[in-house]
Write a protein that binds this ligand. Structure first.
Ligand code: FAD
Length: 378
């Protein structure tokens, strides 16, 4: 059961099959921890990336990117290849600030190229001393003639150091918190910009970036000076339910594997599934998964209807990522030692699922957002 209207459910099946048959083999060949240009190109060639962008900017969408469609795509891809899914998601995350706040020339330069799979994008907000508290960021944008020079470090940046373009959030006004941050579009080959990959427990192209007086011109500013934090938060708000959707995709794969194993594996004179404790574990997992899916698609539908979805999106991300962690852990438990074999489906899911409760706002941060919204409404 998909809990989706039939058109969305057809898209989900179609993209899941495409990911399994065409994209996963490319992702399997990708160098560990680095961007795969082959996967990026194939995501464009098969018409997935263009769905993120309106037709006038080289995409295939009728209008602004649909939050529901983004969720369907991420759920489908995550169920087959988390690496394909994160590549797609980061292309969206890195380019959405340009689409959202860019000047026409910036949009024309970068967005059609992202849609064609020719440009790899990254979203550079986090710093060594500013993660959850992103408004504390210190990467300095110091005035230099009519432009600025960027100096400092970004870390945990997906697609770094391989991206062709980064949206970079830097401090234009010291001691002004969120009100002193500006957004810039910075080519990956800019003078003074270097980077290093970071190895995570699961393959994810990610690294740190060092800015040593990187020059940015006024035409690289995204939106207004000192209004860049809104650009960052607008992007994260748009993508938040879809992190939950990726969690749903991973959890669905884990539940499918657990059901198959409980059917095949025999113990105490019958299949595992006939033991009541096993059946209840599976029932709980399925219930949590459906609840997660409902929250995710409800938040996305609210966004698509132009509504305010801050509370719903935070609840969707919190519940779906926490539920996915439990469901994947249960799937490993049901497999016994076979669940721990490196390279096996549930062992891989166990490594992959962990980061979702941390990135784009850790679970604790989502709870803080939900409570703030409750107090505001109450
Ligand atoms: C796979 C992956 C991909 C990423 N990609 C990107 C990217 O592309 N671009 C980017 O800019 N960043 C990216 N990040 C960084 C990510 O957004 C940060 O890791 C995240 O915001 C948390 O920041 P931190 O790691 O510095 O943890 P901290 O801020 O140091 O927090 C550590 C822990 O403290 C607790 N905590 C923090 N704040 C609170 C609070 N208010 N209340 C209660 N508890 C709290 C939480 O348990 C949290 O996990 C990525 C991270 C990962 C793991």
């Amino acid at each position: 059961m998909t809990l989706l209207p039939s058109a969305r459910s057809e898209l989900l099946d179609e993209v899941r099959a495409l990911t399994r048959d065409q994209l996963t083999p490319l992702a399997d060949r990708a160098p560990d921890g680095r961007v795969s240009p082959e996967v990026v190109a194939a995501l464009a060639e098969h018409g997935i990336l263009p769905r993120l962008f309106p037709t006038e900017h080289g995409g295939s969408a009728d209008g602004p990117p649909s939050a529901t469609e983004l969720c369907v795509l991420r759920e489908a891809m995550a169920a087959e290849s988390p690496l394909v899914e994160t590549t797609f998601a980061v292309q969206g995350l890195g380019s959405f600030p340009i689409l959202q706040a860019g000047q026409p020339d910036q949009i024309a330069r970068w967005i059609p190229a992202v849609a064609r799979g020719e440009v790899v994008a990254g979203f550079a907000l986090s710093e060594p001393d500013a993660g959850s508290d992103a408004a504390a960021l210190t990467l300095a944008a110091e005035s230099d003639g009519d432009g600025w020079r960027l100096t400092g470090t970004k870390t945990w940046i997906s697609h770094a150091p391989d991206a062709d373009v980064y949206t970079v959030f830097a401090r234009t006004t010291p001691d002004a918190g969120a009100r002193g941050v500006s957004a810039f579009v910075v080519p990956g080959d800019s003078d003074g910009l270097t980077g290093e990959p970071i190895d995570l427990i699961a393959p994810h192209a990610l690294g740190m970036l060092t800015f040593d007086g990187v020059r940015v011109d006024p035409d690289q500013l995204l939106g207004e000076r000192d209004a860049g934090f809104r650009v960052a938060m607008g992007t994260l708000d748009r993508f938040r339910p879809s992190v939950g959707a990726a969690a749903v995709g991973l959890a669905q794969r884990a539940l499918d594997a657990a059901l198959a194993h409980a059917d095949e594996r025999r113990a105490f004179g019958g299949p595992l599934r006939e033991l009541q404790a096993v059946a209840h574990r599976l029932a709980d997992a399925a219930t949590q998964l459906d609840a997660a899916r409902l929250l995710v698609y409800e938040a996305a539908a609210t966004l698509d209807a132009g509504g305010r979805a801050t509370r719903q999106a935070a609840m969707a991300k919190l519940f779906a990522t926490e539920a996915a962690q439990r469901i994947v852990d249960d799937a490993v438990q049901l497999h016994g030692a076979a669940g721990l074999v490196a390279g096996g489906v549930v062992a891989e899911l166990y490594r992959e699922v962990r980061s979702l409760r941390i990135y784009e706002g850790a679970s604790e941060v989502q709870r803080t957002i939900i409570a703030r919204e409750l107090y505001r409404d109450g």
